[in-house]
Design a protein around this ligand. Structure first.
Ligand code: COA
Length: 153
């Protein structure tokens, strides 16, 4: 129990933990009707990668990246840390690993979209060197506005 996290690639046995964390914070994410099968399907896509954070053998966070090496662009999201373990830098470590991965895949432009009402999410990307570049009105099915961030990596 050293309190540190280890970040590794997703494996299918992580699906239930991801689902649980996703449900804990559902209001911050796009309403995609996520279930176990959805997670397993996207984890197998060639243009998507999940990284998970593990602490003392438990999955405590995850980050997804969607990327297109041929055009050098990528997108972060979703990113999530277990509710009880936020504010310890775990999210930033996940983000840093994801950015390193994307860089290695030839990506130079990374975006992230956050609902306008998600103050913690907005601060998180700003605090990690992302800049606001767009404001999309009624972007979600529920009519929520969304802020788009960019970082050149
Ligand atoms: C966003 C999220 C992943 C951040 O994870 P975290 O491990 O708590 O983040 P960190 O501890 O690395 O925080 C880094 C910085 O982000 C900012 N930040 C993060 N959460 C914040 C909050 N709730 N309120 C204000 N600032 C916040 C701070 O500037 C913080 O730096 P500091 O610790 O020096 O103050 C986590 O809050 C989460 O899972 N939220 C729900 C899902 C979500 O909103 N995802 C983003 C949209 S996809």
């Amino acid at each position: 129990m050293d309190g540190k996290i280890r970040i590794r690639e997703f494996t299918p046995s992580d699906a239930d933990s991801l689902l649980e964390m996703h449900e804990q914070s559902a209001e911050y994410f796009e309403d995609l009707g996520i279930n176990r099968e959805f997670i397993l399907n996207i984890s197998q896509r060639g243009d998507f990668r999940f990284l998970v954070a593990e602490r003392d053998g438990e999955v405590v966070g995850f980050i997804g990246v969607l990327y297109y090496s041929n055009v050098g662009r990528g997108e972060i999201g979703p990113v999530c840390v277990d509710k009880s373990l936020r504010g310890r830098g775990f999210g930033s470590q996940l983000l840093e690993k994801a950015v390193t991965f994307l860089r290695g895949e030839g990506v130079s432009r990374v975006i992230a979209r956050v609902k306008e009402g998600n103050t913690g999410g907005l601060k998180f990307f700003e605090g990690n060197g992302f800049q606001q570049e767009g404001f999309f009105k009624r972007y979600t099915l529920k009519g929520e506005d969304v802020v788009q961030f960019v970082k050149f990596i």
